[in-house]
Design a protein around this ligand. Structure first.
Ligand SMILES: Cc1ncc(COP(=O)(O)O)c(C=O)c1O
Ligand SMILES: [Zn+2]
Length: 412
């Protein structure tokens, strides 16, 4: 168990006692005052070594329990979360003029997205805190993941998703037994409603950014990429960005490995946003090392999971990526859809639109020549079966035939 030393505000730096503070810094507010979980790294450096994780024998993110903020391991769910495959595709790497290309398939998590890493932690925290109800606003994946991970516990789940969330994600919620509110409005509107309801009814809030423990789960993808490559991580790691928590988690994970002395440098973390939902990329371009300028707007993209006009983890995302030496890039919806199909046809990994954004960003940077000779990993953060409608427009249709060989021949 990773004993938390403190919770520190990302804006003012004030430290809070984790036994007394649940969500965000009261002085800086819920948007600028997100908290980061810090551990006693000197102690961890003395007690852990790179082989400690393999020695647990656990094929899940729980191999990193020593770096995770839980107190009572009895609450760890039976579902296997994390330790997802990292595949190498040398042929595709050569075509993109990379030295190596790895695909981290997080669509293979229990509810089929990267969000399971965070939900697993929060469901444990909710039980440690003796909560009865957990709630969450979500574009879909965080919610279905919360519902799935709470399913084997006594917790009730109340979910707020935008009315236009893809059908498969809503179906997942209902199957897992969550109480589901389809909110008339965008994800940004659903988010505020969930926060109000959590305060009014005393529910534990798993919505992005306000809950400091989410990023801890989300950092485990970075720990895995490093360990799966024998502590020689790639030059760059790319991931799709909506609220900014996953990209922050990857930065934090690599940063902790550097602090512990197991990596010399962190890989550059590259956040990929959709052109129509790029508030974090804009704030990052304007960032000069002082306050993060926040400009919200309407968001529109085919990648529903990263369709966020008011990103809640913008301060962490911009400051962590700047410290990491990474960057943000934007891609069009057409590039995202094309990335789904190319990735599926060349690797067999089927990504939902937000999950393929990472590969779209990689292709864009590779085409510009900035990654020549480098090693890269793309995180596929959600499974393609979550949203089969989006790629349909560009994949053609099957051929309907009478059951006769002659007719088949006619089509060949
Ligand atoms: C599949 C997928 N990819 C990427 C993201 C982006 O994560 P974040 O909102 O933390 O930036 C999400 C968030 O919902 C997601 O579901
Ligand atoms: Zn503060």
């Amino acid at each position: 168990m990773g004993e938390i030393a403190t919770l520190r505000c990302v804006t003012c730096g004030v430290e809070y006692d984790p036994t007394r503070t649940e969500y965000t810094c009261p002085s800086c507010g819920p948007r600028r005052g997100t908290l980061e979980v810090l551990y006693d790294y000197d102690r961890l450096r003395r007690t852990l070594h790179p082989s400690s994780f393999a020695e647990t024998g656990l094929p899940s993110m729980w191999r990193y329990e020593a770096l995770l903020p839980i107190e009572d391991r009895r609450f760890i769910q039976p579902l296997r979360v994390g330790w997802t495959p990292l595949y190498a595709f040398p042929e595709l790497a050569r075509e993109l003029r990379l030295a190596a290309l790895h695909v981290k398939d997080d669509g293979q998590n229990p509810t089929a997205s990267y969000k399971d890493r965070a939900s697993s932690i929060v469901v444990i925290k909710a039980q440690e805190k003796r909560k009865g109800v957990v709630t969450c606003a979500s574009t879909g994946n965080a919610a279905s993941s919360l519902a799935g991970f709470a399913a084997s516990t006594a917790l009730e789940t109340v979910i707020f998703v935008p009315e236009r969330a893809p059908e498969a994600k809503v179906a997942q919620l209902l199957v897992y037994g969550a109480r589901v509110f389809l909110v008339r409005g965008s994800y940004d509107v659903a988010y505020d409603l969930a926060a109000e309801a959590a305060t009014a009814f005393g529910w534990y809030n798993r919505s992005a950014a306000v809950n400091p423990y989410l990023v801890e789960g989300k950092k485990t993808g970075a720990l895995e990429i490093a360990e799966q490559l024998a502590w020689n991580p790639p030059h760059v790691v790319l991931v799709g960005v909506g609220d900014g928590s996953v990209v922050s988690g990857l930065c934090k994970g690599f940063d902790e490995l550097v602090r512990l002395g197991w990596l010399e440098h962190a890989p550059r973390v590259i956040g990929v946003q959709a052109e129509g939902s790029a508030a974090i990329a804009r704030a990052s371009a304007a960032y000069r090392g002082r306050a993060v300028a926040i400009e919200d707007g309407e968001a529109r993209t085919v990648a529903d999971s990263i369709c966020v006009g008011k990103p809640r983890d913008i301060v962490k995302a911009v400051t962590y990526v700047a410290r990491n030496g990474g960057e943000f890039v934007t891609v069009s919806d057409a590039e995202i859809l094309d990335a789904i199909v190319t990735l599926a046809r060349r690797t067999g990994v089927f990504a939902e639109p937000a999950g393929a954004a990472s590969f779209a960003g990689l292709r864009k940077l590779a085409a510009a020549g900035t990654l020549e000779g480098k090693t890269a990993a793309v995180v596929v953060s959600g499974n393609g079966l979550k949203d089969v409608a989006s790629p349909r427009a560009i994949i053609g249709a099957p051929i309907v035939v009478e059951p006769s060989l002659k007719e088949i021949e006619r089509h060949l």
